[in-house]
Design a protein around this ligand. Structure first.
Ligand SMILES: Nc1ncnc2c1ncn2[C@@H]1O[C@H](COP(=O)(O)OP(=O)(O)OP(=O)(O)O)[C@@H](O)[C@H]1O
Ligand SMILES: [Mg+2]
Length: 269
């Protein structure tokens, strides 16, 4: 079988393809249509905000793109390749990293060990499986430890690397997740509510780190209810409600769109 690494180099045209191209995605859970025909294109280097009231289908859309759910219909393309039926590990290897709305680190493992769980080999296998096998700490794995340390420094958690993850605050857990997914060098990063439940000081750190990743050329999809964060980080926003596409444009355009206002008021009623 051709490896993901080989495929990444197989044509120049792939490099011009959007990093993520979701086409008419539908996801049904029994009688609920959580995602009802969403198309979304994330170009290289773009940062797009995704907003919508609770239950709009935002996280389900992430699950479809990241592969933890299979679509009822529609297609997902990553860097010019259709991946709709591929498992999540392969999508990570193809360059899609996602954080979870509610981070669940391995509580009794150290912060450093948690970051190491994000290490991938090119074929999508987890490097981590070999970490605690005595005598098998090869050069590749030592390189992974160095990389995990540098990512912990990037997310300002170096001082906590030997602490169990259970001591981390909500905001620190979000930063830990970011470091974990960066282990696989994702081209596209999907962030599911990175600001939710985070104290203001740490929120600033999270925003800075996301901006820095964007400046490094990462393509980013950002789910957030915090419109201030969306306005500061994103030039383009998509709004959805009840699984459907509602509006798209600049943060100001979308925030003042009557259909978007109506959806939020309807949700609050
Ligand atoms: N595994 C599942 N089984 C059944 N229904 C689900 C499942 N996951 C999500 N849903 C339903 O799909 C709809 C969309 O949920 P989703 O979590 O995608 O919304 P969201 O936009 O992320 O909301 P929030 O802002 O609250 O996180 C909701 O009605 C939810 O109850
Ligand atoms: Mg959600």
């Amino acid at each position: 079988m051709q490896s993901v690494a080989d495929e990444k180099h197989d044509t120049a045209s792939i490099n011009r393809s959007p990093v993520i191209d979701a086409r008419r995605l539908v996801k049904r859970f029994g009688g609920i249509t959580a995602v009802a025909g969403i198309s979304l294109v994330l170009q290289q280097g773009e940062m797009i905000g995704l907003i919508g009231p609770n239950g709009a289908g935002k996280t389900t859309l992430f699950n479809l793109i990241a592969g933890s759910l299979k679509p009822s219909s529609g297609e997902i393309w990553i860097s010019g390749r259709e991946v709709s039926q591929e498992r999540p590990e392969l999508r990570i290897a193809r360059g899609v990293g996602r954080t979870f709305q509610i981070p669940r680190p391995f509580a009794e493992m150290t912060v450093l060990e948690n970051v190491l769980t994000g290490a991938q080999e090119q074929d999508g296998e987890r490097l981590f499986a070999n970490f605690f096998n005595p005598g098998r700490v090869a050069g590749q794995e030592r390189a992974a430890i160095d990389k995990a340390r540098s990512l912990l420094s990037f997310v300002t958690l170096s001082g906590l690397e030997n602490e169990p993850a259970r001591v981390l605050s909500g905001g620190q857990r979000k930063l830990l997740e970011l470091a974990r997914i960066l282990m696989a060098d994702p081209a596209a990063i999907l962030l599911d509510e990175p600001a939710a439940g985070v104290n203001p000081a740490l929120l600033e750190t999270i925003m800075e780190r996301v901006l820095e990743l964007h400046a490094q050329g990462k393509s980013i999809l950002l789910i957030e209810h915090n419109m201030d964060m969306i306005s500061r980080l994103c030039s383009r926003v998509m709004a959805m409600a009840s699984g459907r596409h509602l509006a798209e444009g600049t943060p100001d355009e979308v925030a003042t769109n009557p259909a978007v206002i109506e959806a939020y008021l309807g949700g609050a009623a």
